[in-house]
Design a protein around this ligand. Structure first.
Ligand code: ADP
Length: 166
């Protein structure tokens, strides 16, 4: 059985919600490839490189602790094609609420039609991190709020610097 997972997202910035999904994926996969989506039409606050570097830094302890291998790649095409390049048999996604559910299930089913050999697995968000959204973290930072509960320290500095520059 193929135990490589592909977890795609914007990770703009990576949050404790993403890290919760990543840490729990370690129970399902032997290797996890994190795919940073860099679609030209989708404006991001952090550069592709910053998002990759942050993910590498903050997931290192998870890889060490769980023993799974974690790689970070970028992709600008379909998630199923990026998953194939990563030799993944599973796509991992997180579900926070009903709106995530509707969107994610539809996308998972379309991906299933495009790539029947790749199974999408949904992990329900953990109660402690369920409310965290990258978009709200950016908004709170712009308005001078405290985001220490939501994203790792390394990411806080990067978000603050990027907002200052924008
Ligand atoms: P995308 O632009 O693909 O939605 P995100 O980085 O916002 O990228 O999210 C990537 C994945 O992580 C999605 O499946 C999303 O539902 C999930 N996710 C985001 N935040 C959380 C959270 N707080 N808890 C659980 N899953 C989450």
């Amino acid at each position: 059985m193929n135990r490589t997972g592909f977890y795609p997202g914007s990770f703009d910035p990576v949050t404790y919600g993403h890290l919760d999904i990543i840490a729990r994926s370690a129970r399902l996969v032997e290797k996890l490839v994190l795919g940073v989506g860099t679609h030209p039409g989708k404006q991001s606050l952090l550069s592709e490189r910053t998002r990759v570097e942050l993910l590498e830094q903050v997931t290192k302890p998870i890889a060490e602790h769980t023993g799974i291998k974690i790689n970070v790649v970028t992709f600008a095409d379909l998630a199923v094609d990026a998953a194939r390049r990563a030799h993944a048999g599973l796509i991992i996604r997180g579900l926070r609420d009903a709106s995530d559910f509707d969107y994610e299930v539809q996308m998972g089913q379309m991906n299933g039609a495009l790539a029947p050999d790749i199974e999408t697995v949904f992990l329900a968000a953990s109660p402690a991190t369920r409310m965290i959204a990258s978009s709200l973290v950016k908004q709170i930072t712009k308005m001078g709020g405290d985001i220490t509960l939501f994203i790792p320290n390394e990411a806080q500095a990067a978000v603050a610097a990027a907002i200052k520059k924008s």
